[in-house]
Structures are given as structure tokens and as C-alpha cells.
Ligand binder design. Structure first.
Ligand SMILES: Nc1ncnc2c1ncn2[C@@H]1O[C@H](COP(=O)(O)OP(=O)(O)O)[C@@H](O)[C@H]1O
Ligand SMILES: Nc1nc2c(ncn2[C@H]2C[C@H](O)[C@@H](COP(=O)(O)O)O2)c(=O)[nH]1
Length: 291
């Protein structure tokens, strides 16, 4: 299975991305924030996104990395559940896996909202003289829709009405929030579903004990249709045309400095090319989306 979703560069006006990468827009200000490049890594569950993000952080210390808010899904706070005692929380991730037909729509509204909030957060203060950072999002609002929600609908866990309503608000909100929800590129971390299952078992997260190879194969197929075959209908022109860097992470890069070096060089080359493109013209580039 794949991926680091490299969704792209931070939306124009914010500087960020999934392992989405977003690109900086030199000095431009949109929506009150200085723009930065954004990208988002795309990947299937347990492909090694968190591990890859750590490596990105060590290699490119000035980049702004936004991790997936999985902890929030495992502990939905009492503030979202007025009938519960203060301090209480609910594990929505577990509920979604245990009873997908009941909880998938609720999960996708909560996960998408949490990703959107992360995307719209103001960028961190920069030291004077430092460049606009590249933003990388571990996953994005686009993975939420085009990988997970779509897959849940096709598997019969979202009703046609739920899927229709999800797509309606997703499209409306993201269009209204342009350009802050734009991503400029995707890092697709690609590994076989078998390798992802092996890593998922090694990670041993309690909620994921019931995940079978078939589910990871479905997620892998969705990534391939979207990012490689380009046969998936994507409703946002900028996302549809955003560059995709496919990174082979099937091999163990966690304990192999040479493989790490190759992967980071690929990312660095793509980012440098993007920066050069941006300087040369206002056209689209990997880490620096079209302005
Ligand atoms: N390239 C790799 N080679 C070997 N093991 C890996 C690799 N990437 C991740 N792992 C291991 O697989 C498990 C899941 O990785 P993680 O980064 O948490 O995945 P994700 O964030 O995609 O869910 C962890 O135990 C991690 O140590
Ligand atoms: N139904 C959904 N499940 C999702 C979504 N995003 C992530 N996930 C699951 C997959 C894993 O079990 C867990 C965390 O992901 P990792 O990448 O760390 O494996 O959450 C989603 O949008 N919908």
C-alpha cells in the first residue's frame, strides 16, 4: 500500500502541506498570513508516515510539519459531549472500526473538521530573516474525502445520503476557504498493502486489531487511482493538477541511512526545482503552487 500523502504545499496564504506540501509565496499575504509552500504526504495506514515525517523534520529543520490529529479521534473531549462528566472522553476511532455503518459519517465529519482546523492554524512565528517555511501535512482534507470517505461509501458503510451530504459540505467549505485550503503538491509514500499490514501489526494500536489485508488493499487502490492512474474524479482543479512525488518506502528506511539519504534527496530536489520555478515564473511547481 502506499503513501505518504503528500498532499501538498500549504495552502496559499498560510504556508503548509500533507505530507501534503505547500509552497511559500514570497512575501504574499493572504487571509492575514504570509504564504508559504505547502505539501502533503499521502499514504495508507501504517505505511510509515510518522517515521517519514520525523526524518523530514531532521533533514529540513525549517519546514513546518503538521501531524495527523489521531489523538483527538481517540479522545473526543467532553466539551464536544455535553452530557458527559468533565474530563471524560470518547474513542471515536474505536467506535468507527467496531461499528462502521453506525459511526463512519460521524467519524468523517470529525476527522475532516480536525484536518481543516490544522490547515487553517496560523503559521508559527518565524525568526527575522528566515525564509517562508514549506508546510507539510501528514494527511489532508483531500485524503479524508478521496481516500477514506469514498472508500467507506464504496464498502457500504456510508449511505448514499451521507456520502452526498459529506461531498456537498466538503466542496462548499473548501471552495469558500480558497486559497487557504490549496495544497501545492503531494508526497505519495508507496508500499505494498502487505508491508503496511506488517507495520500496522508491529505498531499494535489497540483499535486496529481487526484490520485485515483487504482493507489496506482498498486504501491502496484508492491512492493509486487518485495519484498514479489519475482515473479518480477530483473536484478541485488545483488538487487535480498538483504534482505528485511518488516515494518507494517498501524497503526499511527506518534503519538504513543510505535509503534515507536517497528519499530525502528526492524530496530536496523536488523542492529546489519548485523554488526555482517559482522564481522564474508564477506557474505551478511541486512545492510552490500556482498563485
Ligand atoms: N520504512 C520502514 N521500515 C521499517 N519499519 C518501518 C518503516 N516505516 C515505519 N516503520 C515501522 O512501522 C510502524 C508504523 O509506522 P508509522 O510511522 O507509525 O506509520 P504511519 O504513521 O504511516 O501510520 C512503526 O512501528 C515504525 O517503526
Ligand atoms: N475512516 C477513516 N479512518 C482514518 C482516516 N484517517 C486515518 N484513519 C485511520 C487509519 C488508522 O487506523 C488511523 C491513523 O492513521 P495512520 O496513518 O497513523 O495509520 O486512523 C479517515 O479519514 N477515515
Amino acid at each position: 500500500m502506499s503513501v505518504i500523502n503528500y498532499y501538498c504545499y500549504p495552502p496559499a496564504g498560510r504556508g503548509g502541506h500533507p505530507v501534503n506540501l505547500r509552497s511559500p509565496t514570497a512575501g504574499a499575504r493572504v487571509g492575514g498570513h504570509t504564504s508559504s509552500p505547502c505539501a502533503a504526504p499521502l499514504h495508507p495506514a501504517a505505511v510509515g508516515k510518522s517515521t517519514f515525517l520525523k526524518l523530514l523534520g531532521a533533514t529540513f529543520p525549517t519546514w513546518h510539519l503538521v501531524t495527523e490529529p489521531v489523538a483527538q479521534w481517540r479522545k473526543v473531549p467532553a466539551s464536544a459531549l455535553p452530557s458527559q462528566a468533565p474530563g471524560a472522553s470518547t474513542n471515536l476511532l474505536q467506535m468507527m472500526y467496531q461499528e462502521p455503518a453506525r459511526w463512519s459519517y460521524t467519524f468523517q465529519t470529525f476527522s475532516c473538521l480536525s484536518r481543516l482546523k490544522a490547515m487553517l492554524e496560523p503559521p508559527p512565528e518565524r525568526l527575522p530573516g528566515t525564509p517562508h517555511p514549506v508546510w507539510v501535512f501528514e494527511r489532508s482534507v483531500y485524503s479524508d474525502r478521496y481516500i477514506f470517505a469514498k472508500n467507506l461509501f464504496e464498502a457500504g458503510h456510508l449511505e448514499p445520503l451521507e456520502w452526498g451530504i459529506y461531498q456537498d459540505w466538503h466542496g462548499f467549505l473548501l471552495r469558500q476557504l480558497r486559497p487557504r485550503t490549496t495544497l501545492h503538491g503531494f508526497l505519495y509514500l508507496r508500499a505494498t498493502p502487505e508491508r503496511c499490514l506488517e507495520r500496522l501489526r508491529r505498531r499494535a494500536r489497540s483499535e486496529e486489531g481487526g484490520i485485515q489485508l483487504g482493507y489496506l488493499q482498498q486504501l491502496h487502490a484508492q491512492h493509486e487511482r487518485w495519484l498514479v492512474e489519475k482515473t479518480m474524479e477530483v473536484h478541485f482543479a488545483d488538487v487535480k493538477h498538483a504534482p505528485v512525488l511518488v516515494l518507494d518506502v517498501d524497503k526499511d528506511f527506518e534503519h538504513d541511512a543510505a535509503v534515507q539519504g536517497v528519499l530525502m534527496a528526492q524530496v530536496g530536489t523536488a523542492e529546489a526545482a519548485s523554488r526555482a520555478n517559482l522564481r522564474a515564473s508564477a506557474s505551478s511547481s511541486f512545492f510552490h503552487g500556482k498563485k
